[in-house]
Every structure is written in C-alpha cells, then in structure tokens.
Design a protein around this ligand. Structure first.
Ligand SMILES: [Zn+2]
Length: 284
C-alpha cells in the first residue's frame, strides 16, 4: 500500500498525544469551568477576577481551567483573555446555584477548635505560608490527569458547611479519604513540592505544584517523605496517612487549588465516582 506524504502527515496530526478525560466541569460555587480555546487563544494569557488561569489539555483540545470560589454568587461571569498583541477580549460563562450540606463533628482536642492565645502567632504565620503557597505560579505545562492518592473510604466531601463541637467554622475545603495510619499517599500528578511542614490545624502537610497555579495539597499526614524543591513523579509516595492537626481519625485531606481557589477534588478524580456514591448514599 502506498501512503502519500500528505496522508501520513494527516495521520500523524490526528493521532492522540495523550488523551485526558478529567477533570469534569461543574459550573457551581466550588466547582470548575472549562472554556475551549482556539489556536490563537492558546498562546494568550487569561485571568478570572484578576487571577491567572491555567490552560489544560483534555480529549486533545485545550481549555482554560477556571476555579470558582465557594462563595461565588450564581449568575453571569467572564474571563479576560489577552493575546500576543496585547488585545483583550472576554469569554462569558454562567455560575449555577448549589447548596452544600452541613456537617457536625466532635473534636476531642478542644485546643484545635478554640486555640489558646499563645497559639495565635503560630496560626497567623502559618496562614501567611498557606496564602503564599496558594499564590505559587510556574509556567510549566500542566498535567491534570490525576491518580487516586490513597486507597480508602471517602469520609467527607468538599464544601460541607462545618461545625466543630457545635461551633461554625470554614466550609470543608477538600476531600477526606479515611485509611489506616501509615497508608502510603501518592502524588496525584507529577510536580514540584512548594511547601511542607507541621501546621496547627492541617497537621503535617505538603503542597505540590503541577504548573500554572494548579496545586494539590495533602494534610494530616503521619510522615512526610519529601521537601520543598523536590521534583515528584505522578504516583510517587509523598508520605503516609496520619491524624495530625484538627482531626477525628486517620485520613488524608486532599485539596485542589486552581487560580488560587480551592475547588472540589472529586471533579479531578472521576475514578472515585463509585466511592462518592457510597458516601452520598450513607449520608442522605
Ligand atoms: Zn478534610
């Protein structure tokens, strides 16, 4: 069979490099929006509420990944795209309403719910470190085809309005996977460690940058095997499951940050849909 140079070229162009099926879009507070980009737009920079956005690949197309804050108001929104010539234009989208349930938890260590006055300096300095890590930006290409970090049961989901010992606190900012202490925690994607340490509320924690503001965070760890600056492969062991910080038992708290915004990790882990359904059925 004779294959012309043109048909060979056409064949090469349609061959997928890598096909990513995740993440799933969900245009609600705490969710994400994926806005398809044309060839010219891919070379542009884009912002939502003045925060830079990541460009990801999914099913061989390129998309702007927009993280929507949990306190977003439903309604019309837009991102601003700036092309190479500095010209700006808008892409519009709409945020749909979503109501999150309440969760009531009893914490035995009352100091983790009502810290002592002498804890406040530490809490404030850790808050600054968290904000810095959340703002981290690297120009690296983004892989968003996440693997499940811990084999376990989903014990809490993102967005729940939380009450610790009957006192209102911030909504749950991640996904909890319960597993025995010492269970290995795998990196959801390749990346670079940008922050790690022992935090008052989060316990032993690692921040992993995946490029362009897409960051994963692992909290309440027992041991940490990595340090800032380490280059990490997808699936590499970061440490082990523990119950450090403000917890009711051993679990991994996984949080995902896009454009400095905490978003629902389940959108990046469609493989967990059966376990998520089991959680929803048990918590109707
Ligand atoms: Zn959690």
């Amino acid at each position: 069979m004779k294959i012309s140079a043109y048909s060979l070229l056409a064949l090469l162009l349609i061959l997928p490099v890598t096909t990513f099926s995740s993440p799933n879009a969900d245009p609600v507070p705490g969710g994400i929006v994926l806005l398809p980009l044309n060839n010219e737009q891919v070379a542009s920079s884009a912002r939502y509420k003045n925060k830079k956005l990541a460009i990801i690949q999914k099913n061989n197309a390129r998309y702007l990944l927009v993280g929507l804050p949990l306190n977003s108001k439903p309604g019309k929104q837009s991102v601003t795209i700036k092309n190479k010539r500095g010209e700006k234009h808008q892409i519009n989208f709409e945020i749909k309403p979503k109501t999150y349930k309440a969760q009531y938890l009893t914490i035995k260590n009352k100091r983790k719910v009502n810290p002592y006055a002498k804890d406040m300096d530490r809490i404030l300095s850790e808050k600054k470190r968290k904000t810095q890590a959340r703002k981290y930006w690297s120009a690296n290409w983004v892989n968003a085809n996440f693997t499940v970090p811990v084999d376990g049961r989903i014990s809490s989901i993102f967005g729940l309005r939380r009450f610790f010992n009957n006192q209102a606190r911030r909504p749950h900012s991640g996904l909890d996977i319960a597993a025995p202490e010492g269970t290995p925690i795998k990196a959801v994607e390749s990346g670079t460690v940008i922050e790690s340490g022992d935090f008052f509320f989060s316990g032993n924690m690692v921040y992993l940058d995946h490029g362009q503001g897409l960051i994963s965070l692992y909290a309440h760890m027992n041991t940490i095997n990595v340090k800032p600056g380490d280059k990490i492969d997808k699936g590499q062991i970061l440490g082990t499951v523990g119950e450090t910080g403000r917890v009711t038992g051993p679990h991994l708290h996984l949080a995902i940050i896009a454009n400095q915004t905490l978003v629902d990790p389940l959108l990046f882990l469609p493989q967990l849909s059966d376990k998520a359904n089991a959680y929803f059925n048990a918590n109707k």
